[in-house]
Design a protein around this ligand. Sequence first.
Ligand code: ADP
Length: 672
Amino acid sequence: MKQTRPIKKLLIANRGEISCRIIKTARKMGIATVAVYSDADANALHVKMADEAVRLGPAPSRESYLKGELIIAAAIKLGVDAIHPGYGFLSENAQFCKLCEQHDIIFVGPPVPAIEAMGSKSAAKQIMQKAGVPLVPGYHGEDQSADLLKQHADDMGYPVLLKAAAGGGGKGMRQVAASNEFFAALDAAKREAMSSFSDDIMLVEKYLADPRHVEIQVFCDNHGNGVYLFERDCSVQRRHQKVIEEAPAPGMTEALRAQMGEAALKAAHAINYVGAGTVEFLLEPDGQFFFMEMNTRLQVEHPVTEMITQQDLVEWQLKVAQNEILPCEQSDLQIHGHAFEARVYAEDPNNDFLPSTGKLIKLVPPTESQHVRVDTGVLQGDDVSPYYDPMIAKLIVWDADRATALARLASALSDYHVDGVTTNIDFLYNLASHEAFQQEKLTTHFIERHESSLFLSDLSSTETMVPIATAFLIMRRQSENQSKDLVNSPWQASNHWRMNESHLEKLELLIQGISISVKVEHLGRLDHTRHSLKIFVDNKEYVCVCELSKDVMNINLNGHNQQIKWVERTEHATLFTEQMAVTCAIQAPDLGLEDVDDHHGGFNAPMNGTIVGLLVDVDQLVEKGDTLMVMEAMKMEHAIKAPNKGKVTEFYFSAGDLVGGGAQLLAFELQE
Ligand code: ADP
């Protein structure tokens, strides 16, 4: 039996929140820490938190965080005993794990053969098939001829899913609805896989219609022990990437939990697994489940498991790496309460979740407590750079049951104040407040299915939204004027006296990005803080009394009292109403200037990237929504689409060209 080998000094070969999170546990265990950083991260939080830090190189990951030899050299120089790879970067890189072994440095993760076995989704499926773990039906063979792949898809019946064998993070994946779309989808999936993983081997799977993503956390030590720490439901996804995760999975029975847990352990034992691992399954509505893949590392969403099991999984990892036996046996583990994790991203949900970069001019997370945990790697004033994943934080909440935990999630999101970059906070709030989510109607298609209510572009669907936003904007204007010390000006008097005029004010508002006209009658001040207004929207009339404080508005609207949290951002304010987050602003008067950007986001490169291809010819007539050009940025493909019927009159770039963020890509002529 191997000897216990204490870790005194740990290098974390990662950045951001996961580096910070690992440092916290190492510190608790009395282990010294070494951070690594790129030039973009010289002043990052993980660097500040670690006892020592070593520069790796320039900002791009391949010149810094992916440079295994440099990391090993730093570890040797600083007398490091172990390297924790976090997730992403080198965490599932067998080559790096071998390098660690060669230099007698402990790799906090599974042994090389286990990483290799699960490194390819195809090979993993073959191993699991032999071990008797149920698989998603499909083809995962070595012959990769396009015709053969298509033949398998045709035989299986559509829709099918093409997946990169080396894939991860939802990249290199394409759904194919019909036979005639197969080759185009195969090309696109291979292209994305090649650029992300330098490998374009594909597998074809039956596309399940309405599954949930349920995964099992497993842990094994070097002494033959293995346990499962129950499940996480990660069904709420966009572009096949997780958005909100929770544990335990709603509706899970004890019997199914045990069955899935045992299957996951069978998968782990089949490859002599050691350390933390996750076995991902698709769960069908009838309770059938199928193996998708095994991730041989700590997952992003591990905190929900920590919250419900009251265990520290990084501590477990470090103990196992020191060759200790697992801290618990299966019978010691129990589920306590319910936890959610929301991934707070710098991205624009209203623009296809395009990453957003820039300075975090405001970053005020909710207060942490036994119910609220914020795992982050950035501070106010830091930049979200285009070089790395634009995650700002993971917001984790816990409570005794699902409904209470979900209410806490919504509340904590409304207390998360970020400005300077566009974030998905409002979108996460809409998810957390959504009736179907509250009712546990989970499926991997949740976001698509509820698109209209999650992205809300129809103001009529919640009747009181416009008058509430109007009242807020009036109150906000009032308090701004007061703070500008204009209270003594007759023009700002709150009795709304107007010469020869009624008190009716006409306003143009922008609510959820939609222009709307309203009329407001100022009924006057009731006391020092409360104002009374009458608001006219279309033919309806609303009487309200409202009071605005720093981050809450109290409003009585036609006899209904509500407290609504709000936050001010650069371009608008957001109100967190019961159903959803509502953005609003008073529109600047229209001076009749020509709208120079009538292109749904314009034909400008959203960020630095590479042109992948031009999909139409110059002067070719195209329809609204047709893809004109595809560019790749941050390893994702982005389609530049026609805003309306018309034609491209000139492309300013060709396939393969590098473009800078903001560059104009093409000229487009609308057809009348
Ligand atoms: P990645 O490694 O890129 O994350 P996965 O294989 O884990 O890819 O799949 C990611 C997500 O894609 C799943 O959580 C699920 O929502 C969806 N998915 C994967 N395979 C299928 C399938 N066969 N049918 C339906 N959805 C699938």
